[in-house]
Design a protein around this ligand. Structure first.
Ligand SMILES: [Zn+2]
Length: 468
């Protein structure tokens, strides 16, 4: 059984589902005002991997992720470019899906838009005001955080210390610096909707509460997002649900950040690179493998070196697929996700059940993807060894297991022929020269170097032959 870290309790807990066999997952989606950056790619991949693994385990998953299409940043960009907010949002949303499709992420079952949920948000805010948990000011409606006794649960700090650290904003009429906007009264020229407090628009924290409860119902299983959303966004989502007396998410799952040179990558630091930039020069699967090789709660370092290292890992997987002509189980999977029982039944050569069990043990341990993938790469070595010995049956069984397990976390293997680059060609020549000079230590060292770079190395009649 899957055990997951829950931020609300600060512990790894067995996943107890609201309905047996069925998982409800809500993930905070993008605010569509610019190109998706690699931090967005990470959370999308982390929750895609979680979702795929739940499906692999035989569970039905309902995945909802919102699109925030009204926001200060969208309004600013539209004003700057002389376009409507709707045009900016539509263009950026198209860019978002193109990038996530390229990363191989399954689309959510529902992707609700904030602008389609305004009446529901107005109703929630009105109810919070009626309960005395929110109040109107000159510029909007604010939530009283002291109406929620355990406010600070997800921030993992009590209200008193959050208060001490809060920035005091010069907002007229706000009673406490932590109180947050539920409704923003419209300034001239801004998009607006009718409400009991005059024309305006809802605050960001309200949309996820309304959408998640509407589409998934009370007591849904998992609420996800990046660790940067724990506070204030998730804290404030939860505060509204608690003040409403609603049973909200049962588990809060947060992924770690992307770093470059040990520093947090974010748009505000202007050091981000976009997913489009990453994909322009790298295999789109490399980012998924890089994400898989880090634990989802830890930071992941995204640099040319770490991506290149992941590409070498991919080359090993692809090399095996080519050598053994492995099937691509993902291509045949209904809905694009593998289910263990079906994938095993469909494998003509069978699979190494023990290896699948070990993979699942790692994944069940709070998604230990580094451990799970280490097991997959171990199988790659074993499959090559079996093929070297001429044991085709074993090689095929182990190789098929690799294809199934890689597919379980969304990695497709490719059998296309890899071009031998200039550097590799030089190493091959150097190795042949070393062998002619009977310098076998040097020849073996080069062979190891080539294997580490993802090449399959064979000694042909005319010298060293490499392929992937
Ligand atoms: Zn949210």
């Amino acid at each position: 059984m899957l055990r997951l870290h829950d931020t609300a309790t600060g512990s790894v807990r067995p996943l107890e589902l609201r309905e047996p066999g069925q998982v409800s997952l809500y993930v905070c989606g993008p605010t569509v005002y610019g190109p998706p950056h690699i931090g967005h790619g990470r959370f999308t991949l982390v929750f895609d991997i979680l979702r795929r693994y739940l499906a692999f385990s035989g569970l039905r998953v309902r995945h909802v992720s919102n699109v925030t299409d009204v926001d200060d940043k969208i309004i600013e960009r539209a004003a700057r470019e002389g376009r409507t907010e709707a045009e900016v949002a539509a263009e950026c949303e198209a860019e978002w899906w193109a990038a996530m499709d390229a990363l191989g992420a399954l689309r959510p079952d529902d992707a609700p838009h904030a602008t389609a949920y305004v009446p529901g948000m107005v109703a929630l805010i009105a109810d919070l005001v009626a309960r005395g948990a929110a109040y109107e000011t000159d510029d909007g409606v604010y939530m009283r955080v002291d109406a929620v006794p355990d406010y600070g649960l997800l921030a993992q700090q009590p209200l008193s210390s959050l208060r001490a650290g809060a920035r005091v904003e010069a907002t007229e009429g706000k009673r406490s610096p932590l109180d947050f906007a539920l409704w923003k009264k419209a300034k001239p020229g801004e998009p607006q909707w009718r409400s009991p407090w005059g024309p305006g628009r809802p605050g960001w924290h309200t949309e996820c509460v309304v959408m998640s409860l509407d589409l998934l119902g009370e007591g849904f299983d998992l609420h996800g997002g990046g660790q940067d959303l724990m506070f204030p966004h998730h804290e404030n989502e939860r505060a509204q649900a608690v003040a409403e007396g609603k049973d909200f998410a049962h588990y809060w799952v947060h992924n770690g950040m992307v770093t470059v040179g040990g520093e947090k990558m974010s748009k505000s630091l202007r050091n981000f690179s976009t997913i489009a930039e990453l994909l322009a020069s790298h295999d789109s699967r490399a980012y998924r493998l890089l994400v898989l090789r880090a634990h989802y709660r830890r930071p992941v370092e995204v640099t040319q070196e770490t991506i290149a290292d992941a590409e070498r890992g991919l080359a090993r997987l692809d090399g095996l697929a080519r050598r053994l002509s492995l099937p691509d189980p993902l291509a045949a999977a209904p809905g694009g996700a593998l289910v263990r029982a079906q994938a095993v039944a469909a494998a003509p050569s069978g699979v190494e059940e023990d290896a699948v069990d070990r993979f699942c043990e790692h994944m069940d341990d709070d998604l230990d993807t580094p451990g799970a993938m280490a097991g997959v790469f171990d199988l790659v070595s074993r499959a090559h060894a079996a093929a070297d010995e001429g044991d085709e049956k074993t090689a095929s069984r182990l190789g098929t297991t690799v294809a199934v397990l890689a597919g379980a976390v969304g990695l497709a293997l490719r059998k296309g022929v890899a071009e031998v680059d200039e550097g590799t060609r030089r190493l091959v020549d150097e190795r042949d020269a070393a062998r002619r000079a009977r310098d076998f230590a040097r020849a073996d060292a080069i062979r190891d170097e080539l294997v580490a770079a993802g090449w399959v190395v064979e000694d042909g009649a005319g010298g060293t032959v490499v392929h992937r």
